[in-house]
Design a protein. Structure first.
Length: 269
């Protein structure tokens, strides 16, 4: 039986990957990326040792999009597990399947992040058996051989997991009279000091919102768009399903309080 997962296990470890995100994924010239790059083509900043030549200056050199990406550990899983340490540099017969497997594995590992978050909470104890079964199921899918992983339909897994995540979220938020703002359009909203404890903000648009000193404890933030949101002084203790990429896309400071497993991005200062 595999060891239990922690959120730390589901963070990217680039030292154990072969720069899959820098090759497999496409990006377009924009505020997030300084130039176009097709899928399957190495970024021009990628070194032969699979390190980034401008890693320390990504934001200054026009690549803030790279600083908000996290594969949830799928990169090292595909590199070290699925392909047993091989690299896309070994040839097109490895590269194509490897890139395709990475795309599927990242989806599965994101589901594992949410399930692990839900399972780590005492209040979700009534669901722990079902959550553990779901974790085992998704982990087994991510451990499939490359050809089976590439052909996997993730949607059935996603639907089963979503039912559990919704139930777990309700248990976490039940002590609060949190507002239902699911999928709400709150772009640029002024929410300074707002009481959003236990709010359902799943899928809400909070781009550029002013959330300074807002109370977001135990709020459901699954899929919430926090790009450019100001979280300085905000309290996100116990926030449900918050991911590292969401935090990296927002703005914050030393007074921003984050849930366990999520760390302040380097560019927050």
């Amino acid at each position: 039986m595999p060891a239990p997962l922690s959120l730390h296990d589901l963070r990217a470890d680039c030292s154990r990957c072969v720069a899959l995100c820098c090759v497999a994924l496409p990006f377009a010239a924009s505020a997030d990326f300084a130039f176009d790059k097709p899928a399957g083509v190495p970024c021009r900043n990628l070194r032969q040792d699979d390190g980034c030549g401008i890693h320390a200056q990504l934001r200054e050199r026009g690549f803030p999009g790279c600083t908000v990406f996290d594969c949830f550990g799928a990169g090292q899983h595909v590199t070290q597990g699925t392909f047993a340490g091989r690299s896309w540099r070994d040839g097109p017969d490895v590269a194509g399947p490897m890139f395709a497997a990475f795309a599927v594995a990242r989806q599965l590992h994101e589901l594992l992040w949410y399930l692990t978050d839900a399972l780590a909470r005492d209040v979700t104890a009534p669901l722990h058996d079902d959550l553990r079964l779901a974790v085992d199921d998704v982990r087994a899918a991510s451990d499939l051989p490359a050809d089976a992983l590439v052909g996997l339909d993730v949607d059935p897994h996603r639907r089963r997991v979503d039912t559990l995540l919704t139930a777990a979220s309700r248990l976490v938020r039940s002590p609060f009279a949190g507002a239902d703002r699911r999928r709400a359009d709150l772009v640029g909203a002024r929410l300074v000091g707002a009481d959003l404890r236990g709010a359902d903000l799943r899928g809400a648009l909070l781009l550029g919102a002013d959330l300074r000193r807002a109370d977001l404890r135990a709020a459901d933030l699954l899929g919430t768009d926090l790009r450019g949101a100001d979280l300085c002084g905000a309290d996100l203790t116990g926030a449900v399903y918050l991911t590292q990429p969401q935090v990296a896309a927002a703005r914050g400071d030393a007074t921003t309080r984050l849930p366990d497993g999520v760390t302040p991005p380097a560019h927050w200062g």
